[in-house]
Design a protein around this ligand. Structure first.
Ligand code: ADP
Ligand code: ZN
Ligand code: ZN
Length: 767
């Protein structure tokens, strides 16, 4: 008898093992990866088939006659056996529910599910997102010999239009009005045929293979690029999941290396997947891949509509897509026969998912490349400390360097400006004298300027100058941000809004001052400043890019185009402008406040600051005009800033690594962060202590003294969206595995009614 193991699509930790069902003989098309309908308890549920097997393998004490049958297959397969073992690996490594891990592999727009109707019945509901077909009118066998009658005006017109090739019915309708009767009679005569073809929403219409894509120029690689390509090809040839870290300064031609490596992979008959941080996945990035590989490129990211993503997913499943370019979730599309995975900007924190399963794309990609006998390429101008460490210690990791820009231009010079000195000399402006002067000079010369406002921890807030009161969000432990528009106070975590008070709510003083600087306020000050510059003020546009101006679909792209098309202009933005922008005529990059991130109580603060300065500096002087960079800071002596200013990573690491080693942080240990949150602080604290006690025992019994369980304490963000947050950290030696020690405890732990718990293995930060 045939049996199926099914993971139910119900998200609870306890239900997480597969259930066994009998596959009825008359049930067609059951295969691994299908969604199926099954009996579960007294109801029906949807699940996913993860294994098909024979009853001989069944343990003898299981009574086959007691097993329920699969009732129905409700989808074609979403994933294969390799997908299943990847999901199992994720569930195990990140101590996450298997159902949530399997869900990563299902199509955008959802899967069939059981819903309760108004009358209380359970009913199967299909996902609302699905494919759309276009009707194409194509010449038929009698097309060439056909002579329309003189008075058949529409027939004549349609046939004439089709002389230059097939057309969509919709195009014919736009051109000639309703044509259905005309087409019908032409079909009857064998003059034309109507074909249903899948439309790919959001993709330029593809008539032929390379269609409307503008080819992207292929460069002859320089010596370093050639060496990098060779290292990648060696890894591909070995096919055992080796990792090549392409450590190349901004503009060194990393992308060109990826493109040529992918070309070789495609030639060898295999496929490739490229991950790019969501924010850098601009149409320009996509165009470089489509320009090289044409219509076999599929794209997947969250700014696309559900329908567009579904189409791309389905296109990948069809086997016609050969290259997938996407954000981290692109790892889970049904791309078969993977020969290469590339992760660009490997150091980016967005590669870690912040809800269960809290996976890191780098680790998952390493697993997948091993599974597929493929190779993994990581690229960055500022590789993560973890990746550098792995290259030093792990024989399967290789580092190749691209120390110069591909066009031979030098990296821009970075000047550090001590804002404390500026302040002491009486200046109250956000712009130092040097930066002001440089701004005027560059703009007058018709060049472009990029200004970065490091917004993390630096939004504008109100402060009472009499009593020091700062308005805070009633449900999060953060100060409220002041918004110029409408004079509102806004919480950036939960969205809470209230009008800004005129008098201090605590002491009644009228001296409530606005502190800090949001992009809006910087824009206002900058405007004033430019207006004083002769020949600059009235003509130079300031293009502001932040969460507010980019919330609408396509806004991000529109602003970048505006900047690209402008003469002299200033692009003022938050972190989102630090990456991937490639504008030839940017000659000045200013960092308004480089150190705000340094003050965050997190072990990665220095690394993030170093990365940010190097990344944003990379935006200047990319083409013929030389560039310069000015970094304003109140912490001019900080090693992260000093080292970044001289592009000296070794200097940064010499200061950073001993600190990490001493304090016991990655890359020297592995960490698990256990987060607990709930509305009642006492409950959260009590539960955190209980979990701490239990985990200490578990670790003592199972792991020994090389592990450490730190007592629970409030998170840095103590309150968030009305919840109190506590966390406790477990540290373990690098070689150890959290799952075997911790999983049994978490699988059997009874969930607390008021306190939520999340397990974050290898957390990105401890905030
Ligand atoms: P990165 O990905 O490292 O930032 P890119 O691949 O985007 O670098 O290359 C930066 C610029 O240099 C691009 O405009 C690219 O077309 C160009 N380029 C890349 N490789 C070469 C080469 N070998 N010779 C000349 N120009 C190159
Ligand atoms: Zn006050
Ligand atoms: Zn809030």
């Amino acid at each position: 008898m045939n049996l199926a193991s099914v993971i139910l699509d119900i998200q609870t930790q306890a239900l997480d093992a597969p259930y066994t069902y009998v596959v009825p003989d008359d049930l067609p098309d059951v295969s691994v990866g299908c969604a199926v309908l099954v009996e579960f308890g007294h109801r029906r549920a949807v699940g996913f088939v993860v294994k098909l097997w024979e009853d001989e393998e069944l343990e003898s004490d299981v009574n086959v006659s007691k097993l329920n049958p699969l009732l129905r297959v409700v989808s074609s397969p979403y994933f294969d056996e390799q997908g299943v073992s990847c999901a199992q690996w994720i569930a195990e490594r990140y101590i996450a529910p298997l159902s949530a891990s399997i869900r990563l592999f299902t199509p955008p727009g959802g899967v069939p599910r059981m819903v309760r109707t108004a009358r209380g019945y359970w009913q199967l509901e299909e996902p609302t997102v699905g494919e759309v077909d276009d009707r194409w009118v194509v010449p038929g066998e009698n097309f060439n010999s056909f002579e329309p009658r003189k008075n058949a005006i529409k027939q004549t017109a349609v046939v004439a239009a089709l002389q230059s090739g097939e057309l969509r019915m919709a195009e014919l309708t736009t051109e000639f009005g309703s044509v259905s009767a005309t087409i019908k009679s032409l079909v009857d005569k064998g003059v034309v045929k109507v074909e249903h073809r899948r439309r790919l929403r959001g993709v330029p219409q593809q008539r032929e293979h390379h269609g409307n894509f503008v080819p992207s120029k292929k460069h002859i690689l320089n010596t370093n690029q050639t060496r990098a390509l060779e290292a990648i090809q060696t890894a591909c040839a070995k096919g055992n999941g080796e990792v090549v870290l392409v450590d190349g300064v901004t503009g060194s031609g990393k992308t060109e290396v990826y493109l040529q490596a992918i070309e070789a992979v495609l030639k060898a008959g295999r496929n490739a997947c490229v991950l790019v941080p969501e924010i850098s996945l601009t149409p320009q990035t996509v165009a470089r891949f489509r320009g090289r590989f044409g219509s076999v490129v599929a794209v997947m990211h969250s700014r696309m509509s559900q329908g567009e993503r579904y189409d791309q997913w389905d296109f990948i499943r069809s086997g016609h897509a050969r290259v997938v370019v996407g954000a981290r979730s692109a790892l889970f599309t049904p791309l078969r026969n993977i020969g290469l995975i590339v992760i660009d900007e490997e150091h980016e924190s967005s590669y870690k998912q912040d809800s269960a399963p809290r996976y890191h794309a780098r680790d998952v990609a390493e697993f997948i490349t091993q599974q597929h006998n493929a190779a993994l390429v990581l690229g960055s101008a500022t590789p993560s400390v973890e990746a550098l460490y792995a290259c030093a210690k792990n024989p399967k990791w290789t580092q190749v360097q691209l120390p110069t820009r591909a066009n031979g231009k030098p990296l821009p010079e970075i000047t550090v400006i001590d804002m404390a000195k500026e302040f002491n000399s009486g200046s109250r402006s956000m712009f130092s004298a040097k930066l002001k002067r440089a701004l005027g000079d560059e703009l007058r010369a018709g060049h472009k300027v990029v200004l970065l406002l490091n917004q993390r921890g630096f939004a504008k807030f109100l402060l009472c100058r009499d009593c020091g009161f700062v308005p805070e969000c009633p449900s999060c432990s953060t100060s409220l941000t002041y918004h110029e528009q409408g004079g509102m106070l806004v919480c950036h975590h939960c969205g809470h809004k209230e009008p800004a008070p005129r008098l201090c709510p605590k002491c009644g003083s009228p001296y409530l001052k606005k502190f800090g600087a949001g992009t809006q306020r910087v824009e206002a000050e900058l405007r004033g400043l430019l207006n004083q510059e002769p020949g600059v003020g009235e003509v130079v546009p300031i293009i502001r890019m932040d969460a507010d101006t980019t919330s609408k679909k396509g806004a991000h792209q529109r602003l970048l185009e505006e900047f690209a098309n402008a003469q002299a202009a200033v692009l003022l933005g938050t972190q989102m402008i630090a990456k991937g922008l490639d504008f030839e005529d940017v000659t000045l990059v200013g960092v308004i406040n480089a150190d705000t991130q340094l003050n965050l109580p997190d072990y990665r603060a220095a690394e993030r600051t170093f990365d940010l300065i190097e990344q944003v500096a990379g935006r200047a002087g990319r083409a013929n005009l030389p560039g310069r960079v000015m970094v304003q800071t109140y912490a001019a002596d900080a090693y992260a800033i000093q080292a970044a200013a001289s592009y000296n990573r070794a200097q940064f690491l010499r200061a950073e690594l001993p600190k990490r080693k001493l304090l016991g942080y990655p890359p020297y240990v592995r960490m698990a962060n256990i987060l607990l949150w709930g509305e009642d602080e006492a409950e959260v604290q009590t539960e955190a202590r209980a979990v701490y006690g239990a985990l200490k025992q578990v670790v003592f019994d199972q792991a020994g003294d090389s592990w450490q369980v730190l007592p629970p304490c409030p998170c840095v963000l103590e309150r968030l969206r009305g919840n109190y947050r506590y966390h406790l950290v477990i540290k373990a030696p690098l070689s150890s595995d959290f799952a075997p020690v911790l999983t049994p405890y978490f699988r059997t732990r009874k969930p607390h009614k008021q306190v939520n718990l999340a397990i974050d293995i290898d957390p990105n930060d401890l905030l």
